[in-house]
Design a protein around this ligand. Structure first.
Ligand code: KIV
Length: 271
């Protein structure tokens, strides 16, 4: 039997055991109560309350505008919907980069006000001091390397990262530093599959890939992309499992038709 099915509550220790046993870790984003309930009920290992809420919930072009207060609101809603999975809450841009005091205060707010189980932070060497402080306070931290969307204006493009040897070497080094700083897992976003494999094999903590190939210890997708709620974003790494956009459009059009032709509500749909 898989470790996944045996356990009542997924913890950071569960993920460690899954890596050791070669069992893949599943992670999806969620931002609200109702979808968190569906995703947790379906048996996911980890829900990420991603700062991608800035894009898919608020309609911003980047993840930069979302605030700590808004992330706390989303995480509170998710926590009310789950029973079993581990919940990771993204620390938004501006809530941890200035210094480690501010980072620790932001992480404490997330844990205290949301009931979330851990936080995620983007960056390598430059984030290590803050990660150490947060881990020392007893808060589990997930790292995030590769295409880190909070740095999009530094990169200037959403293309694959670490294709050149210099950047690949920095990523290898950063992954080790994050592990040493106490991260319990690391997201690897949009990097070559071979590099992700090497990094995953070199670490004792699990890697969770998005656009980083099949040899990461787990996979993550943005819920709106994989359910086809958002149909404009079609990167090569995405597998779309539903087309909710189309199904919802059809349903709304049918409702409009039914009301206009006085079919809804019928005799059984009223008091
Ligand atoms: O915010 C997010 O959805 C993420 C994933 C893409 C890993 O960080």
């Amino acid at each position: 039997m898989s470790i996944n099915k045996e356990i009542k509550k997924v913890t950071t220790n569960t993920l460690q055991k899954m890596k050791a046993a070669g069992e893949k870790i599943t992670m999806l984003t969620a931002y609200d109560f109702s979808f968190a309930k569906i995703i947790d009920g379906a048996g996911i290992d980890v829900i990420l309350v991603g700062d991608s809420a800035s894009n898919v919930m608020a309609g911003h072009e980047t993840t930069l505008p979302i605030t700590l207060e808004q992330m706390i609101y989303h995480a509170q809603s998710v926590i009310r919907g789950i029973d079993r999975c581990l919940v990771v809450v993204d620390m938004p841009f501006g809530s941890y980069q200035s210094n480690s005091d501010i980072a620790l205060a932001s992480a404490i707010r997330i844990m205290k006000e949301t009931g979330g189980h851990s936080v995620k932070m983007e960056g390598g060497e430059e984030a290590v001091d803050a990660i150490r402080r947060i881990v020392s306070a007893g808060i589990p931290v997930m790292g995030h390397l590769g295409l880190t969307p909070q740095s999009i204006y530094k990169f200037g493009t959403y293309t694959v990262r670490a294709k050149e040897e210099d950047e690949a070497n920095k990523l290898r080094k950063d992954a080790k530093l994050l592990q040493q700083a106490g991260c319990f897992a690391i997201v690897l976003e949009k990097i070559p599959a071979l590099l992700a494999k090497q990094v995953s094999e070199s670490l004792t903590i699990p890697t969770i890939g998005i656009g980083a190939g099949g040899n990461c210890d787990g996979q993550v997708l943005v819920m709106h992309d994989m359910l086809g709620i958002n149909t404009e974003f079609k990167p090569r790494f995405l597998r779309q499992y539903l087309n909710i956009h189309q199904q919802a459009t059809d349903a709304v059009q049918q409702y409009i038709k039914d009301v206009k032709r006085k079919d809804f509500p019928n005799d059984t749909e009223q008091y």
